[in-house]
Design a protein. Structure first.
Length: 255
């Protein structure tokens, strides 16, 4: 059943690439490290190849210098709180229900936006520092590792089979040419990506260990918005993060 679902989804999402979130049109200074689709939900995994995520955890995280916009503001005039992202996941569920012809149908019981907002120790620019090929994979992996450490004693990760991190601020994929390069680019981190950033010489790297006795190996990372802080209302294009979420979650499904 899963194979037929993925065939349908692949046809519907031909824009998915082997790299992090494609940038806005006309942006030519955007390079990023190669990313790899889910190993857990790969057709090559005999344990999970006939399954897809059914218990999705979304965690809201902010930085020492950038916090969530909890006051309704331009361009969506909505507070970016838990309810806002629950609505976003409702639309994600509807999209994949339609794209899979009803074969992969999620309801509100399948996703949880955690109540607490996590504040990280560093600035966005620290985690989003660029190297030769875009965001430094080491900093991106440090970002998710710190999040796991901060919430590990408050959650049982055995209850979830997919993790989506929503960070405060905008994504670099929507920044203008040579602008806002200290932002994080939206992406999907697999076990191979985590190995590259945390333990590059260890081909048997198992993932990020938790107190629950399991290793976390995959993360979706998206911003709260793709409206840039230097955007001009009424002049600059408004990009929705829904497409960003649908794209990155596609990698979580093995696409």
């Amino acid at each position: 059943m899963k194979r037929s679902i993925l065939i349908i989804l692949t046809v519907c999402m031909t824009g998915l690439s082997l790299f992090a979130m494609p940038p806005i049109p006309g942006k030519t200074d955007y390079n990023n490290y190669q990313i790899y689709p889910s190993e857990k939900y790969s057709r090559n995994n005999p344990v999970f190849r006939d399954e897809l995520p059914q218990n999705i955890l979304a965690v809201m995280v902010q930085f020492s210098d950038i916090t969530f916009d909890l006051v309704p503001n331009y361009p969506d005039s909505l507070a970016h709180d838990k309810e806002y992202f629950e609505r976003l996941f409702f639309h994600l569920a509807s999209f994949y229900t339609d794209a899979s012809h009803g074969n992969y149908a999620l309801t509100e019981d399948n996703y949880t936006v955690w109540d607490n907002i996590i504040t990280l120790s560093q600035t966005m620019g620290y985690y989003g520092e660029n190297g030769e090929n875009g965001d430094l994979i080491e900093r991106k992996c440090e970002f998710v590792q710190e999040i796991v450490e901060l919430i590990d004693d408050q959650l049982d990760f055995n209850d979830y089979d997919a993790i989506i991190i929503i960070h405060a601020g905008a994504g670099e994929e929507a920044a203008g040419q040579d602008e806002n390069e200290d932002q994080l680019s939206s992406t999907f981190l697999s076990r191979r990506s985590l190995q590259a950033g945390l333990d590059p010489e260890n081909d048997d790297f198992p993932g990020i260990e938790t107190e629950d006795g399991i290793y976390l190996t995959e993360f979706v990372i998206i911003p709260e918005t793709d409206w840039q802080p230097n955007g001009v209302p009424g002049e600059d294009t408004i990009y929705s993060i829904f497409g960003v979420l649908a794209h990155q979650f596609g990698h979580q499904l093995g696409l």
